[in-house]
Ligand binder design. Sequence first.
Ligand code: UFG
Length: 330
Amino acid sequence: MTILVLGGAGYIGSHTVYELIDKGEDVVIVDNLQTGHKAALHPKARFYKGDIRDREFLDAVFKKEKIDAVIHFAACSLVGESMEKPLKYYDNNLCGTKILLDSLTANGIDKIVFSSTAATYGEPERIPILETDRTEPTNTYGETKLSMEKMFKWVGKAHNIRYVSLRYFNACGAHSSGKIGEDHNPETHLIPLILQVPNGKREFISIFGDDYDTKDGTCVRDYIHVTDLAQAHILAVKYLQNGGQSDIFNLGNGVGFTVKEVIDCSRKVTGHPIPAKISQRRSGDPAQLIASSDKAKKILGWQPQHASLEEIISSAWLWHKTHPNGFNQQ
Ligand code: UFG
């Protein structure tokens, strides 16, 4: 079986490629390397550099390779940037998916698994969040992902394409080998920013607000190991291959940690005091986001294997302490 991974040089994409190859699958990667990294490419995967908005390029890949299923990570994913440059998000995430769907239908590809996000829910109506809960994104990134899901729904019905949309909560951690990990520019995510302090790249971590209605006043998130996310994609491909119908699944651990708890755990893992300073709330941050992933467990048979926060942060620390400048230093 050959699986095409779009965005396979990115954070979650590269970890999924590593897991697929570990399972003996044949993998083809497409990435434009705008945010992905050449050094994150698995040496056993065949790589085509190009953009999903380039129809001729996509068609050429489908002609050359006999693709059984597609996993689609090729998107912009920074919440803050999406508010400043909304058209960049509409262009890459929605126009890109439209061209991809043109190419899938023309080339007879009928199975696709793609990245969605907890940002599709916006301010949650209850905790834990179910897939059937209200979706009212509070940023352009979440809005484009929700629209992508709807595009797949309608186009899939008309052209017999079955899809699985995976709504990730807070992706974090790194591959156990220490070879690949998280490297965004700019970095906006909590755990890599915290770990910049023991790495000597930042003096302290800012806590964005300590007056939320949570147990210690800081925001609660559901942190899910990137390797567990990768496994869910592989299970979703299997589900579609076994005839499963199009569906949407949350992916989280179902346990929330506050920003202060994440900092404390990082102090324990790194042995560094990691000074923290309280600053203003970041606009658009919901107080709590915790997933119910019962549906993914029941239907896909998914079971997170790296749920402990200490294990998540230890794996991230292994990556960051050996790659303080990300992939660039190699
Ligand atoms: N935070 C800080 N200080 C920092 C960075 C973050 O206190 O320097 C806090 C944030 O306010 C938030 C928590 O740490 O409460 C986690 O923030 P991240 O930026 O790591 O993650 P988000 O929860 O904002 O974002 C995640 C995904 C997005 C997705 C979003 C859904 O990374 O892709 O959840 O709301 F869109």
